[in-house]
Design a protein around this ligand. Structure first.
Ligand code: KG4
Ligand code: ZN
Length: 354
């Protein structure tokens, strides 16, 4: 590739749209990794009374907010739609109503501006987000993807090439944080609340299980841990802070044990990367940093605002795919389920929820 072509890639501008869960987000990202402008509107207030995300309310909120937010982001950047090189929109997996709102908006913009559409897998957005933050992060890397809906270990070999080494057989880790928060009487979303409460607690105070620790395959299970949290809370023997700290420690111990197992399968990897909402947790990050140092791996965690759902990661995944010459047809469908590695076998016992 000559220098002229290289500059074109660095100059390309991609508008990203994210609407797969409870954040409506729009971002404009440049191929040189600059986030030119972005807006995120959380629906926390709308869903809080229900203790979780209500799909119908989410879809309506995305539909109301998205168009004005797209206008604001372009205004903030002082850029006209016609100056954008491509439109990237999350096309799944997620709550289908919200995904359709974002994808349809992306299609309309792509059609109006005559620019390519990139239908992005939300998980690919999380998986590539560390490369937006860290320009020296090369393929391959071992990725721990921990969010409200997903808990996976992947070998990221190239853009579009993901090998899933492990998944959860029941709850995702973010879900376990959210459910534990509910048990402890904390608000939604639970992760940050549990982390805050745990600061004042003793991580060794409450004996809690480490589900699947030591098992042959690197899969996760968190349903039993959540049940143990419930029993500890019901017993009245422990403070909420001690339970929160002990839960967080048990979860971290599981992550490290399962990652060690995955590394046994892959052999040495140059880098360990964490992404997804739970990557915002400082105790989780610290433990991963120690693990990476032990294995002489580079460690990358995106800044907190890139860990939770956002549109910059969707725009960036769009940049990465655009640079490979890819685009998607305007009749591409939204997908409520969309595995990153379609060849991965389902984990034994998967789907058993406690
Ligand atoms: O990636 P994300 O924003 O949305 C999904 O795609 O799921 O992740 C949200 C999840 C929620 O379960 C939330 O409780 C969790 O990430 N989370 C945290 C923290 N911040 C967010 N969990 C633990 N500690 C945190 N600081
Ligand atoms: Zn997410």
């Amino acid at each position: 590739m000559g220098p002229a072509a290289h500059n074109l890639l660095a100059d390309s501008l991609v508008l990203g749209i994210e609407s797969s869960c409870d954040e409506t987000a729009v971002a404009l990202v440049k191929g040189d990794r600059t986030i030119i402008a972005q807006r995120i509107a959380s629906q926390e207030a709308e869903h809080a009374p229900y203790g979780g995300v209500v799909p119908e309310i989410a879809a309506r909120a995305h539909a109301e907010r998205l168009a004005p937010m797209i206008e604001s982001v372009l205004d903030d950047a002082g850029i006209a739609l016609n100056d954008v090189d491509a439109i990237a929109a999350t096309a799944g997996p997620g709550l289908i109503g919200g995904v359709m709102v974002g994808l349809v908006s992306g299609k309309a913009l792509a059609m109006a501006a005559g620019k390519p559409l990139l239908a992005i897998n939300h998980l690919e957005g999380h998986a590539l987000s560390p490369r937006l933050a860290d320009d020296a992060l090369e393929f391959p890397y071992l990725l721990l993807l921990v969010s409200g809906g997903h808990c996976q270990i992947l070998s990221v070999e190239a853009v579009g090439k993901y090998r899933r080494l492990a998944t959860t057989i029941d709850d995702a880790l973010g879900e376990a944080f959210d459910k534990s928060a509910k048990i402890l009487g904390l608000g939604y979303p639970g992760g940050p609340a549990v982390e805050k409460l745990a600061l004042g607690g003793d991580p060794k105070a409450v004996p809690l299980p480490r589900p699947l620790k030591g098992s042959a395959e690197p899969h996760f299970s968190f349903a039993g841990l959540k049940s143990a949290v419930m029993r500890a809370a019901d017993s009245g023997d422990h403070s909420a802070a001690d339970i929160a700290a002990s839960f967080q420690q048990a979860a971290v111990d599981c992550l490290i044990d399962r990652l060690e197992k995955a590394l046994g399968e892959t052999g040495p990897m140059p880098a360990l990367v964490v992404a997804g909402g739970v990557a915002a947790n400082r105790t989780v990050r610290a433990a991963l940093e120690t693990l990476a140092a032990k294995h002489a791996m580079r460690f990358t965690a995106p800044p907190l605002e890139l860990c939770t759902d956002n549109a910059a990661m969707i725009a960036w995944a769009g940049c990465e795919r655009l640079h490979l010459g890819e685009s998607d047809p305007l009749d591409i469908k939204a997908r409520p389920r969309w595995p990153l590695d379609p060849d991965a076998e389902s984990a034994r016992g998967a789907g058993v929820k406690a």
